[in-house]
Design a protein around this ligand. Structure first.
Ligand SMILES: O=C(O)CCC(=O)C(=O)O
Ligand SMILES: [Fe+2]
Length: 209
């Protein structure tokens, strides 16, 4: 973190995350970085493909469950957003230090839900691969209006749920294994940058012998 002020902000967000399992942050990035990420998104729109469900070979396209199109990011290739990658390094270091985690990596994609797109209620951890630990979603929608749909529905520990509008600059962070969520039908293109901070795989020994 480049200054104490940012560290303090992160400590408050992590505190909220540990109490509620989620935290919602408006104007998450400084304007310049937000614009950089959004321009990068727009430049890549031609490369998006229909998203699937499940890890690796279990990945199948089921439009009834999720309707988004995605583009997976690669830090060494996608250097236009280096400032964002560097921020992630700092964030991972803070989580490991203050939340006693052992995060060792991340995976991020750009996502577009075209009109009619939605994602049914789910958890972000796959049954057969459980190292997704923290989910981070940054919305990139300018001028999102009531009636545009595409709200994120978050289901709480108290068995209630609430809706989060995908407003540009808003970031939602939650625990990947405990917070069920869904995306309601979007009525227009809905842009986001979504990713997961990954825990070091446990029980590697059983594979390594
Ligand atoms: O874009 C969102 O609000 C949520 C996306 C989501 O749940 C996912 O990609 O797993
Ligand atoms: Fe999800």
């Amino acid at each position: 973190m480049n200054n104490n002020n940012n560290t303090e902000k992160w400590l408050a967000w992590m505190n909220e995350l540990s109490c509620n399992d989620y935290v919602i942050i408006d104007q998450f990035l400084e304007e310049e970085l937000y614009n950089e990420v959004r321009s990068f998104f727009i430049n890549k729109l031609d490369l998006f493909t229909q998203a699937g469900i499940g890890a690796l070979d279990k990945n199948t396209i089921i439009k009834e469950i999720r309707g988004d199109h995605t583009f997976w990011l690669d830090r060494s290739r996608d250097t236009d957003i280096n400032t964002f990658w560097n921020l992630l390094d700092d964030v991972i270091a803070l989580f490991n230090r203050y939340c006693f985690l052992s995060l060792s990596g991340y995976e991020f994609h750009l996502a577009n839900y075209p009109p009619g797109g939605h994602y049914k209620k789910h958890l972000d951890q796959f049954n057969n691969r459980n190292n997704r630990t923290i989910t981070i979603i940054l919305y990139l929608n300018e001028n999102w209006q009531k009636g545009d749909g595409g709200e994120l529905e978050i289901y709480t520990k108290e068995d209630t749920s609430f809706l989060v509008e995908p407003l540009g600059g808003r970031c939602v962070i939650f625990k990947s294994d405990t917070v069920p969520h869904s995306v309601l039908k979007s009525n227009k293109n809905r842009y986001s940058l979504t990713g997961w901070l990954l825990q070091k795989p446990s029980k590697l020994g059983q594979f390594l012998g």
